[in-house]
Design a protein around this ligand. Structure first.
Ligand code: SAH
Ligand code: SF4
Ligand code: F3S
Length: 461
C-alpha cells in the first residue's frame, strides 16, 4: 500500500447529524510508540472537540484503534475487534470508527473494503489530522484513507501533552532505516527522522512542570537519534541525554529501544556519569547465531553484541539488560537455536520478549519459505521462555537484602500497599502512604516473588 489520501463518497447515506458527540474510546495495540501516539490522539480530540475518554467502546461516540502489524497475530486482532465495533455501529450508525497505526498505514483502504463501516483509516504519521478528518466526516459522510508520510510535521500540530501519574513519555525520533529482513516497521513508520533538541526539551519541561518526575525517551532506534541542536549543529543521542538529564525536577531518565549497531562508548559512559539515567537497557539481539544475524540483516555479529555488553557492564556493573528474540526464522537450524540459548545464558537477561517468526507481507524475509515447522517454533519458544523465567527469578532474588532507591508510583492492589520501581525497573510493593507518590525512597528489599519484590522503608517518617 502506497502512502496517500483517498476519499469515497457514501451516496446513500445522509450527512451525519450526530446526536451526541462527547466521548472517545481508544484501543491501543503494539509498542510504546503507539501508547504515546494514543495519548496524543486523546489530547488532540480533547482540545479540538472536548471529547472525554471513556472505558468501553459501547459508551463512545468516536472509537479509534491504534494498531500494530509487527506479527500476524497482532493484525488479526484488529479485524476481530472491529467485528465488535460493527455491532455497536449497527445500533448507533452516527458514531465514527477510525483505524490508525501500523495496520492502517500498511493496509490503507483495504481495511474499508473488508470492513466498510470504518470511517477513517490513518497512519502513525497522520494522526494529527484527525480533528479535520472527523469534521469532514461529520459534514459530508465520506470514508477517508489518510496514509501520507509527511516529514514528521505531526509534532508541530500536537497540543500540549496531558501528564498523568509520575512517569511521562516523549517520542524523540520516528521510523527506522535498518530494514531487518523480517520487519514491517520501516514500511509502516517510514524513515528515521529525529525531532529537534529544543522541541524535545520543551516537551520534557512541560511534563516536569505538570509533576512528572520520570521521563522515558521513545523511538524505534533512539540511539540512532541525530537531531538539530540549539546550536544549529547535529546532536547525537548521548548529547541529547545529557541535556535532558540536566532539566530541573527530573529524577529519573529512561529510553527505549536501542539498536546494537548504534551503541557507542559515550552512551555506555553516560550510564556511569548521569545519576538520573537508570541502569536498565533494552538491547534487542534477535538471535545468537551469526548465520541468522546475517540473514536477518542485523548489521552485527554475535561477538560484536557480546563486546558491546561487556563495555556497558564495565562502565555500569549494575546494568539490567533485556532483549527481543525471534525463533524459527526461515532456515533456522537446531544449531542456530542452540547459539541463541547459549547467548542468552552468557549475557544473563533480567527480562526478554520472545517471538515466533511470523512472515510479514512486503518484507524480504517473506519471500523465503517459512520452513521451520510450527511445533519446532513452539519448542524453541518454550525453551527461551523457560530460561527467561529462571534468569528473571534470579535477577529478583539477587536484590533481596539490598537497599535500593524506589520511585513510588501508585497505590498497590492490597489496602495499605504502595507500588514503586527500583532503578533497574523492578516492581516493589511496600507498606506506605499515597502522599509518597512521586518520591524516591530508600527501601530494604526483604523478599522476592515471581514478578516483583517486597520492600520496607529504611527511614521511618
Ligand atoms: N526497533 C526495535 C523493535 C521493533 S519491533 C528493534 O530493533 O529491536 C519489536 C520486536 O518484534 C522486534 O525486536 C522483533 O523481535 C519482533 N519482530 C519484529 N518483526 C517480527 C516478525 N516478523 N516475526 C516475529 N517477531 C518480529
Ligand atoms: Fe524492525 Fe530492525 Fe528497525 Fe527494529 S531495527 S524496527 S527490528 S527493522
Ligand atoms: Fe507494532 Fe508499529 Fe510499534 S508495527 S511494534 S505498533 S511501530
Amino acid at each position: 500500500m502506497k502512502p496517500g489520501h483517498t476519499e469515497i463518497q457514501l451516496t446513500k447515506v445522509e450527512p451525519a447529524s450526530l446526536q451526541s458527540f462527547d466521548t472517545l474510546y481508544i484501543k491501543t495495540y503494539g509498542c510504546q510508540m503507539n501508547e504515546y501516539d494514543s495519548s496524543r490522539m486523546a489530547d488532540l480530540m480533547q482540545q479540538a472537540y472536548g471529547l472525554k475518554l471513556v472505558g468501553t467502546p459501547e459508551e463512545a461516540d468516536v472509537i479509534l484503534m491504534n494498531t500494530c502489524s509487527v506479527r500476524e497475530k497482532a493484525e488479526e486482532k484488529v479485524f476481530s475487534e472491529l467485528g465488535r465495533y460493527r455491532k455497536i455501529k449497527e445500533k448507533r450508525p452516527d458514531m465514527i470508527i477510525g483505524v490508525g497505526g501500523c495496520v492502517g498505514q500498511q493496509e490503507g483502504d483495504r481495511i474499508q473494503k473488508r470492513a466498510p463501516y470504518v470511517d477513517i483509516v490513518f497512519g502513525p504519521q497522520t494522526y494529527h489530522r484527525l480533528p479535520e478528518l472527523v469534521k469532514q466526516i461529520r459534514r459530508e459522510r465520506v470514508r477517508i484513507t489518510e496514509t501520507d508520510m509527511p516529514e514528521i510535521e505531526k509534532f508541530d500540530h500536537l497540543p500540549k501533552q496531558a501528564a498523568h501519574g509520575v512517569s511521562g513519555f516523549v517520542t524523540i525520533m520516528e521510523g527506522c532505516d535498518k530494514f531487518c529482513t523480517f520487519c514491517v516497521v520501516p514500511y509502516t513508520r517510514g524513515p528515521e527522522i529525529s525531532r529537534p533538541v529544543e522541541d524535545i526539551l520543551a516537551e520534557c519541561r512541560e511534563l516536569l512542570a505538570a509533576g512528572i518526575v520520570e521521563i522515558s525517551l521513545l523511538g524505534q532506534n533512539v540511539n540512532g537519534y541525530r537531531g538539530e541542536g540549539p546550536d544549529g549543529e547535529e546532536w547525537d543521542f548521548t548529547m541529547l541525554l545529557y541535556a535532558v538529564a540536566r532539566l530541573p525536577g527530573l529524577k529519573r531518565l529512561r529510553f527505549t529501544t536501542s539498536h546494537p549497531i548504534e551503541m557507542t562508548e559515550e552512551l555506555a559512559i553516560a550510564f556511569a556519569e548521569l545519576p538520573q539515567l537508570m541502569p536498565y537497557l533494552h538491547l534487542p539481539v534477535q538471535s545468537g547465531s551469526d548465520r541468522m544475524l546475517k540473514a536477518m540483516h542485523r548489521g552485527h555479529t554475535r561477538a560484536d553484541y557480546l563486546r558491546i555488553i561487556e563495555g556497558l557492564r564495565r562502565h555500569c556493573p549494575d546494568l539490567a539488560l533485556s532483549s527481543d528474540f525471534i525463533v524459527g526464522y526461515p532456515g533456522e537450524t537446531d544449531e542456530d537455536f542452540q547459539a541463541t540459548l547459549d547467548l542468552m545464558r552468557e549475557v544473563g537477561y533480567d527480562s526478554t520478549f520472545c517471538f515466533k517468526y511470523s512472515p510479514r507481507p512486503g518484507t524480504p524475509a517473506a519471500k523465503a519459505e517459512d520452513n521451520v515447522p510450527e511445533e519446532v517454533k513452539d519448542e524453541r519458544l518454550q525453551a527461551l521462555l523457560e530460561l527467561t523465567r529462571e534468569q528473571a527469578k534470579s535477577a529478583l532474588d539477587r536484590q533481596v537484602g539490598k537497599v535500593l532507591d524506589v520511585l513510588v508510583e501508585k497505590e498497590g492492589r492490597n489496602p495499605g500497599d504502595m507500588e514503586g520501581r527500583t532503578p533497574d525497573f523492578k516492581i516493589v510493593h511496600f507498606r506506605g502512604q499515597p502522599r509518597q507518590i512521586g518520591q524516591v525512597m530508600p527501601m530494604r528489599i526483604v523478599a522476592s516473588y515471581g514478578q516483583s519484590l517486597r520492600g520496607e522503608l529504611v527511614i521511618a517518617e
